[in-house]
Write a protein that binds this ligand. Structure first.
Ligand code: UD1
Ligand code: UDP
Length: 380
């Protein structure tokens, strides 16, 4: 069988590594994979670094769409993806997550009757002001095979009318839903050893043997709202100064571009002058694994980073008003602090006391989600 896989944004490139690896190791006689990069992310450290480092096959096509408004970006991607699907005639279009690249793939494929396999299906924030929430709902409802990483995601699909009893043969009108674990967990397990061998990120940033916090911020609801971005940075500054401890923040280009205009002048100057707040360029996945597994705590508005904090048994302060990864909060390893300075500081104090005694139960599968997905596609 032939599949076309759409990648575009950083986390999708990383997720694709798990499926490409499973195909190479166990399904090379049964599955031919053609990778299409939409070009949504294009900086070397947001895209090519992962393709090289994680052994992902070079994309056969790069649409080079780049940054734009939601409508323009999605429409241009749809045009390019439709042409490729008509040429390649795949058995499945594989989509990851909830970005504009995901949505473009879903609409393009559904209209020309290419079945869609959606990986990371069923996740919901129940907040439709998030562009990702729209992308997820629309992509799920156009899909034929829906692979959910968590029980919550699976149950969300059932609540939206998907039947857990549908049997093969599946179609867009008779979709199959599966709870199969998380391909990002597959990747974190697989790449941990390589990261320990290869990454020099702790030495490079003088963090070896030190206590530090890892932070990432990129959600539009934080970067684009001055009060929220300012409150988050005020909290980070206060924690570093109070604890005399570094916070390492690999800066997403969106955040880098908006900090000066959206922080108050005073906070921006403090951030620039702070010896404790380390703003660094985006790092590779192997470097990120090392930062996540060696830090004391994670503060993030990223979906992927809050999960990886959990994989590496670190508490996470979630800089959003809700999360799709409810299980992490329910077991007490994540705390929703939103962009609220006081809640972030309270969260810090809470995990300072409890952080070393948390339990991290197996929520995200057995590290073989990608194999399950390949097997299901081959059977379907
Ligand atoms: C996108 C996804 C988001 C995901 C995130 C992962 C959508 C709607 N959003 O958000 O779900 O969590 O990727 O990182 O699809 N930019 C660069 N260089 C790049 C890429 C982006 O400078 O290589 C800058 C541009 O100024 C661009 C901005 O970042 O306008 C935002 O990029 P975009 O892809 O539109 O959305 P993200 O915020 O990255
Ligand atoms: N990541 C990375 N380098 C960085 C920041 C993040 O490799 O500097 C990885 C991170 O480990 C995770 C993924 O990128 O696997 C998460 O992507 P992001 O936070 O951009 O998006 P989200 O998961 O919120 O959609």
């Amino acid at each position: 069988m032939k599949i076309v896989t759409i990648i575009g944004a950083r986390p999708q490139i990383i997720k694709a590594a798990a499926l490409s690896r499973a195909i190479k190791n166990s399904f090379s006689n049964q599955i031919e994979e053609v990778i299409v990069h939409t070009g949504q992310h294009y900086d070397q450290n947001m895209s090519q670094v992962f393709i090289e480092e994680l052994g992902i096959p070079e994309p056969k096509y790069n649409l080079n769409i780049g940054s734009s408004s939601h409508g323009v970006q999605t429409a241009r991607m749809m045009e390019g993806i439709e042409k490729i699907l008509l040429d390649e005639k795949p058995d499945y279009l594989v989509l990851y997550g909830d970005t504009n690249s995901t949505l473009a793939g879903a609409i393009a494929a559904a209209k020309i009757h290419v079945p869609i396999a959606h990986i990371e299906a069923g996740l919901r924030s129940f907040n439709k002001s998030m562009p990702e929430e729209i992308n997820r709902i629309m992509s799920d409802h156009a899909s034929t095979l829906l692979f959910s990483p968590t029980p919550t995601g699976f149950n969300n699909l059932v609540k939206e009318g998907f039947s857990a009893d549908n049997k093969n043969p599946f179609s867009a009108d008779h979709p199959g839903i599966f709870h199969c674990g998380d391909v990002m967990y597959d990747n974190s397990l697989f790449f941990k050893t390589l990261a320990l061998q290869q990454s020099k990120v702790l030495e490079k940033h003088d963090l070896k043997g030190k206590d530090f916090v890892l932070a990432t911020i990129h959600r539009d609801s934080n970067t684009d709202v001055p009060e929220r971005l300012t409150a988050i940075f005020e909290a980070l500054l206060e924690i570093t100064e109070m604890e005399k401890m570094e916070i390492v923040l690999p800066l997403h280009p969106r955040t880098a571009k908006l900090m000066q205009s959206n922080l108050t002048g005073e906070v921006y100057e403090k951030v620039k002058a702070s010896g404790w707040l380390k703003l660094i360029p985006p790092v590779s996945f192997l470097d990120m694994i090392i930062l996540e597994s060696h830090c004391r705590l994670v503060m993030t508005d990223s979906g992927g980073v809050q999960k990886e904090a959990f994989f590496f048994k670190k508490p996470a302060i979630i800089l959003r008003s809700e999360t799709e990864w409810k299980e992490i909060v329910e077991v007490g390893c994540g705390l929703i602090a939103n962009a609220d300075k006081e809640k972030i500081l309270t969260g810090w104090q809470h995990f300072k006391k409890t952080g070393d005694s948390l339990d991290y139960p197996d929520i995200f599968g057995d590290g073989k989600a990608a194999e399950f997905i390949c097997q299901t596609m081959v059977q379907g």
